[in-house]
Design a protein. Structure first.
Length: 70
């Protein structure tokens, strides 16, 4: 059986979740902080569009499981 981290990595590889380098964003502002992550508002450089970023805390299975359920 796959671990939750394996499922998360599979979602990344399948294009269901995107991973970006933080250097591609500007005007990063924290919006909220929760038990397994922090949400930020930011602008993608060279685009006039605000986006939400989620940064996961920790490296444990329940963090990946809760994120995947979102």
């Amino acid at each position: 059986m796959s671990s939750k981290k394996d499922l998360f990595n599979s979602a990344l590889e399948g294009g269901y979740i995107k991973e970006f380098d933080y250097n591609t964003f500007e005007n990063i502002t924290e919006i909220a902080r929760g038990g397994f992550g922090t949400v930020y508002r930011a602008n993608l450089k060279n685009l006039e569009k605000q986006i939400a970023l989620k940064s996961l805390h920790g490296n444990i299975d329940f963090v990946y499981e809760r994120f995947l359920k979102e």
